[in-house]
Ligand binder design. Structure first.
Ligand code: NAD
Length: 286
């Protein structure tokens, strides 16, 4: 059957972004500067976190950054982790760093996030950066929602004046996604687990963003004909099978444009992280 939807290909878009970043790194080196340096802190051996961190390290190699990985076992104390964050804050050779979430239950995640120097907070999770996003001031933006916006722009999908519906209100995806879409003049609705008539609300969307964490949650009856569907979800349903929050096969029959999983938003998240490292390096080096 002929394909009628437009596939928003994360591999192609992220590949181009990484090429642009590699060119910026070369320019920096030519001017006598040093390579941007991203450090990652990984606690424990969770399969998902290992995979995400490995893809970030690989992306650093692709764009020419220095990367370093600091590992702790699951029994690391909050004090040890805070001390590590303080060391990275002080280290002049580190431009930006991430502490891979989730953290073990005995560690207060928010306390760790708030200990990160906002200028090195390339995940964009620190309240200072969240605040800057909320008031539209410059700052480091959270990578996943920033990647969704980049995908829309790349595909030439109009945001201004569009009806955007986001399913999910987490601090790392749903809420910042709403703020970024508002900044771009969309009319934004945020749905969550207590939303009534969710399908009806979702059907109003010109741009529908799914960030729920439930396989195949968004079905074709929730999507307006021709709508753009951005699937943020990454759900492991079998050891080697990842699916999104959107029932891709059925929804792609209705949607005007749609992101695949894998090969969609996840790749843009990593590309946006690389951009944030460049931004952090420029801010700190002046
Ligand atoms: P989360 O669990 O923090 O938030 C999920 C949200 O979905 C909550 O706000 C909740 O209210 C809402 N929700 C849950 N059940 C619902 C229901 N029945 N109806 C309506 N809303 C409901 O998750 P998160 O961290 O925002 O992540 C969401 C998904 O995105 C996960 O699959 C995660 O793995 C994925 N993710 C992907 C990337 C990426 O780079 N592609 C990055 C971060 C998260």
């Amino acid at each position: 059957m002929e394909t009628t939807y437009k596939l928003l290909d994360g591999k192609k878009i992220s590949g181009e972004i990484k090429q642009e970043i590699a060119a910026v790194v070369n320019e920096l080196l030519e001017k006598g500067g040093r390579r941007p340096h991203l450090a990652g802190v990984l606690v424990g051996h969770d399969g998902g976190s290992e995979t995400y961190m490995a893809s970030k390290v690989k992306a650093c190699e692709e764009v020419g950054f220095t990367s370093s990985l600091i590992r702790y076992e699951d029994d690391v104390t909050e004090e040890e982790l805070l001390a590590c964050v303080h060391r990275l804050n002080q280290d002049p050779t580190v431009d930006g760093f991430i502490v891979q979430l989730p953290l073990p239950k005995h560690i207060d995640e928010q306390k760790i996030i708030e200990a990160v120097d906002p200028r090195k907070d390339v995940d964009g999770f620190h309240p200072v950066n969240v605040g800057h996003l909320a008031i539209g001031a410059p700052g480091l933006r959270p990578c996943t929602p920033a990647g969704c916006i980049r995908m829309l722009d790349y595909a030439g999908i109009p945001i201004e004046g569009a009806r955007a519906v986001i399913i999910g209100r987490s601090n790392i995806v749903g809420k910042p996604m709403a703020m970024l879409l508002l900044e771009r003049h969309a009319t934004v609705t945020v749905c969550h687990s207590r939303t009534k008539n969710l399908a009806e609300v979702a059907r109003e969307a010109d741009i529908l963003v799914a960030a729920v964490g439930r396989p195949h949650f968004v079905t074709a009856d929730m999507v307006k004909e021709g709508a753009t569907v951005i699937d943020v979800g990454i759900n492991r349903i079998a050891p080697k099978t990842l699916v999104g929050d959107v029932d891709f096969d059925a929804v792609s029959e209705v949607a005007g444009a749609i992101t695949p999983v894998p090969g969609g938003v996840g790749l843009l998240t990593v590309a946006m992280l690389m951009e944030n490292v460049v931004q952090a390096a420029k801010m700190q080096r002046g």
